[in-house]
Design a protein around this ligand. Structure first.
Ligand code: C2E
Ligand code: CA
Ligand code: CA
Ligand code: CA
Length: 274
């Protein structure tokens, strides 16, 4: 038993140091990624099911290092821990606004993910104001995606910040909705205009009645609070049919389009009838 214990301990420490090493490498690489031009943006169209038109695009960050694509799911947490997200986050805002401005039609919005640490900065609203001024991007075409967790963490502060952003003309979407604990009354008092239903619920939409009911409930909740609802991670025609029948406002996912580089966006059809 003692032998086994030792072996296991060794196993754990190895696994741990491997993880630390990997984290350290990410950290090191990330700090130079911006300067080395290793970061770029892709955009995923969001398709409105009522008007059968593209209503906006979500900005997603990509890191290509030595020919390998590193997933944002892996490096965003590192960027958060090290504080690099502040600089990178600002770069994402400016870059996406400059790149997308000529391409966006007047009614279309540009979605940008805001990480928790970025949002929690005391001068976050001033930063957004600054970026809008710097780029000349219309505030009413910017939609910031904030996760449900960020809202739950510091409700009072979030409430004030969202109110100020709304006064600037900027729109707010709650990302990964359904995974956190927003209460109805709290949602009602937030200056939010849209809910993004987490992919996990959409994945099981077609074959799990519990998840289907949940999606139906979120959509009904959205209608009730006068919020638009978008489903993310939509991959199949069957899912689109369900979402249509539940009167979901919009979809985003591989079924309509993968996230695309700027050059490829022009070739995407603006209107499609499914
Ligand atoms: P998210 O904000 O929930 O973004 C949606 C993720 O789902 C994206 O992954 C997107 O590529 C992926 N996706 C979209 N449609 C489908 C689909 O039909 N099927 C599948 N399997 N996946 C789909 P991605 O780009 O790897 O990003 C992962 C997460 O990393 C994002 O989740 C977001 O939390 C974070 N992230 C990505 N870009 C940024 C950024 O610019 N800033 C910040 N702060 N976070 C970002
Ligand atoms: Ca998002
Ligand atoms: Ca999401
Ligand atoms: Ca997500």
């Amino acid at each position: 038993a003692k032998q086994l214990g030792k072996a296991q301990f060794q196993f754990y420490t190895e696994a741990l140091s491997e993880r630390l090493l990997r984290q350290f490498q990410l950290e090191l690489g990330l700090s130079s990624a911006l300067k080395q031009n290793e970061l770029h943006l892709v955009y995923q169209p969001q398709f409105n099911l009522t008007h059968n038109k593209i209503e906006g695009y979500e900005t997603l960050l990509r890191w290509v290092k030595d020919g390998n694509v590193i997933s944002p799911a892996d490096f965003i947490p590192v960027a958060e821990q090290t504080g690099l997200i502040i600089e990178i986050g600002r770069w994402i805002l400016v870059k996406s606004m400059i790149e997308m401005r000529p391409l966006l039609q007047a009614q279309q919005k540009l979605g940008v993910n805001i990480s928790l640490r970025q949002f929690q900065q005391p001068d976050f609203v001033a930063q957004i104001e600054d970026v809008l001024r710097q780029t000349g991007f219309p505030a009413a075409q910017l939609e910031l995606e904030i996760t449900e967790t960020a809202v739950a963490l510091d409700f009072e502060e979030t409430c004030i910040k969202l109110q100020k952003l709304r006064q600037l003309g900027v729109f707010i979407a709650i990302d990964d909705f359904g995974t956190g604990y927003s209460s109805l009354s709290r949602l009602r008092s937030l200056a939010v205009s849209r809910l993004k239903i987490d992919k996990a619920f959409i994945d099981r939409l077609a074959d799990n009645e519990v998840d289907r009911n949940l999606v139906a409930t979120i959509i009904a909740l959205g209608k009730n609070l006068n919020l638009s609802v978008i489903a993310e991670g939509v991959e199949s025609e069957e899912q689109v049919m369900w979402l249509r029948s539940l009167a979901c406002d919009a979809i985003q996912g591989f079924y309509f389009s993968r996230p695309l580089r700027l050059e490829a966006l022009e070739d995407v059809k603006q209107t499609i009838s499914f």
